[in-house]
Design a protein around this ligand. Structure first.
Ligand SMILES: [Zn+2]
Length: 314
């Protein structure tokens, strides 16, 4: 067994996660620090390198992988734009890391690394064709075909949150109408819940929000469902139906052996996955459905940092 070690760094809008990872994707050492979003990118890079150099195994590490959300050029390692870090424009991130550390560095966006992380952690590299779906503020996707990251002709493959399920639906920020993200992305989910509550009364949600429904978040809807609130459960069921329609499209399109669902909303999985499965049974091809395992990630907070470390195996 190879004793190679890789370093993964996940630069998020609030936290920076760093980990030494084995060639099988398991974490040997890890650290977390806060992100100073006002600092210059080079200063963030220098401070990250100072931190990771304290890892016991740092000197043994040959390769570094860095994840950052946004528009990232995989080949040049330039971060063109990051939605969480407003100072990051055209940052030559790969070059910065390589110059200071002398270690070969790979850069990937959050969708790429989440799918790599899911492949290594959730499927233990067993999946061949895997689609990773991140349910968070938006809806992101990462694709692994034949055990390799698939990026498409221009690096935008996996923008599955913008698959439309309603041509007359709400306008999405991407310019399309009725994208799946406009139904089940966290922000939209809360908006749909507010609309739903105009017709259906929930004393539990009224109590949790002090009757101010603008305070509704997926977390609050989850808590209401846990408290047994039927209206909250219905809202999750409707969300599950939309998710199921979307997953049916994905299953028919790509015939994956594995779909991994990760992200902030998955804690409410038991309230929406049943409805999603029912839709898939009704809509997707039977053999394709039978051949596809749908997993809720057990490692959602580690996918980025481990996936980043594994970018060299893309
Ligand atoms: Zn869209």
């Amino acid at each position: 067994m190879s004793k190679e070690l890789y370093l993964g760094i996940d630069i998020g809008g609030t936290k920076i996660k760093m980990a030494v990872v084995t060639s099988k994707g398991s974490i040997k050492e890890e650290m977390v620090s806060d992100t100073d979003i006002n600092a210059k990118p080079l200063n963030i890079v220098k401070s990250v390198i100072k931190t990771v150099s304290k890892f016991k195994n740092y000197s043994k590490i040959k390769n570094i992988g860095v994840e950052i959300a946004g528009d990232v050029s995989y080949d040049t390692g330039i971060v063109r734009f990051s939605p969480n870090l407003h100072k990051w424009k055209k940052v030559p991130l790969k070059e910065m890391f390589e110059k200071i550390t002398g270690k070969k560095t790979y850069i990937g966006n959050d969708a790429n690394t989440a799918s790599m992380g899911a492949f290594w952690l959730d499927t233990k590299e067993k999946a061949s064709n895997l689609i990773c779906i991140t349910l968070g503020t938006g809806l992101g996707g990462g694709l692994i075909f034949n055990k390799k990251l698939y990026r498409g002709a221009s690096g935008t493959a996996g923008e599955i949150g913008h698959i439309s399920i309603d041509p007359y639906g709400q306008k999405c920020k991407c310019g399309n109408n009725g994208c799946i993200e406009t139904f089940i992305g966290a922000k939209y989910l809360s908006k749909h819940a507010i609309e739903y509550l105009k017709e259906s009364k929930s004393s539990v949600i009224d109590e949790l929000t002090g009757k101010n429904h603008s305070l509704i978040t997926p977390q609050l809807l989850f808590e209401a469902a846990v408290a047994g609130d039927e209206v909250a459960k219905d809202i999750w069921k409707i969300m599950g139906e939309k998710l199921g329609i979307f997953l049916s499209n994905i299953i028919n399109f790509a015939n994956p052996d594995t779909i991994v669902i990760c992200g902030g909303i998955i804690q409410a999985g038991k309230y929406f996955m049943g409805a999603a499965s029912n839709e898939i049974k009704k809509r997707a091809f039977e053999l394709a459905t039978k051949s596809c395992k749908i997993l809720i990630s057990k490692y959602t907070h580690k996918l980025g940092v481990v996936g980043a470390a594994m970018l060299l195996k893309r």
